[in-house]
Design a binder for this molecule. Sequence first.
Ligand SMILES: NC(=O)c1ccc[n+]([C@@H]2O[C@H](COP(=O)([O-])OP(=O)(O)OC[C@H]3O[C@@H](n4cnc5c(N)ncnc54)[C@H](OP(=O)(O)O)[C@@H]3O)[C@@H](O)[C@H]2O)c1
Length: 236
Amino acid sequence: MVDASQPGALKKVDTAHVPLSHYLGAVGMPGVTAWYGLVKIINPKAGDTLVITAASGAVGSAFGALAKARGCRVVGIAGGPDKCRYVTDELGFDACIDYRAHPDVKSMSAALKEACPQGIDGYFENVGGYIFDAVLLRTNAFARVALCGMIAGYDGQPLPLANPALILVNRLKIEGFIVSEHMEVWPEALAALGQLVASGKLRPRESVAQGIEAAPEAFLGLLKGKNFGKQLVKLV
Ligand SMILES: NC(=O)c1ccc[n+]([C@@H]2O[C@H](COP(=O)([O-])OP(=O)(O)OC[C@H]3O[C@@H](n4cnc5c(N)ncnc54)[C@H](OP(=O)(O)O)[C@@H]3O)[C@@H](O)[C@H]2O)c1
């Protein structure tokens, strides 16, 4: 059921400039998720250094384009050299760290120090776990953290935080959000995202599974990074 009077709930889409499937990804809910965390929580100024996990995915790719358009230094974290290459070469991030090559806090923290020489002003969290610990170690005073997802814990794994004292010491703002509770921003966010896709500044990828029977495996693949970009299931 859709409430047609709710802003952004129903919308005629332009398929001349933006492929239809992108309305389920970069120019849909995942894109607005990136927009909300960036604009409403991190609220960066030009020159800020921002970091995002799951950088090659649906949310991550939109975040990169939106943050670059605001003049930020944007550093992604993704799994494997292919995804990292895509993040820098096609999505235009300034750097990308392969977390599989940095599987503990010490190593990840060293990689972040190199990629973020001025420290971290904003962090968009999609994953949780040791990467969050490593990022907290590199945050600047008054950094903002948009808590969007904790995919490392979606299989029931506990996600303890090693140094919560850093939230106090660095005077951090950490805010979780659910994008569907902020329908009032969708029209503005979707307009910005549509322009980025139509102008070629955001080139999102998609992984398409065929048929409803492929949906469970596609979902489980998300938890292992088998998808490259937005995971879709084509029904007909
Ligand atoms: N708060 C909200 O309203 C809201 C709305 C939409 C989405 N979300 C959240 O946003 C996040 C991204 O969603 P998306 O649709 O854009 O997904 P996605 O990034 O397209 O796919 C998920 C990616 O997460 C990475 N991943 C999975 N398990 C991991 C682990 N243990 N450690 C590190 N990385 C891991 C994988 O990439 P690698 O191969 O790079 O590991 C995988 O491709 C998810 O956490 C989702 O739940 C929240």
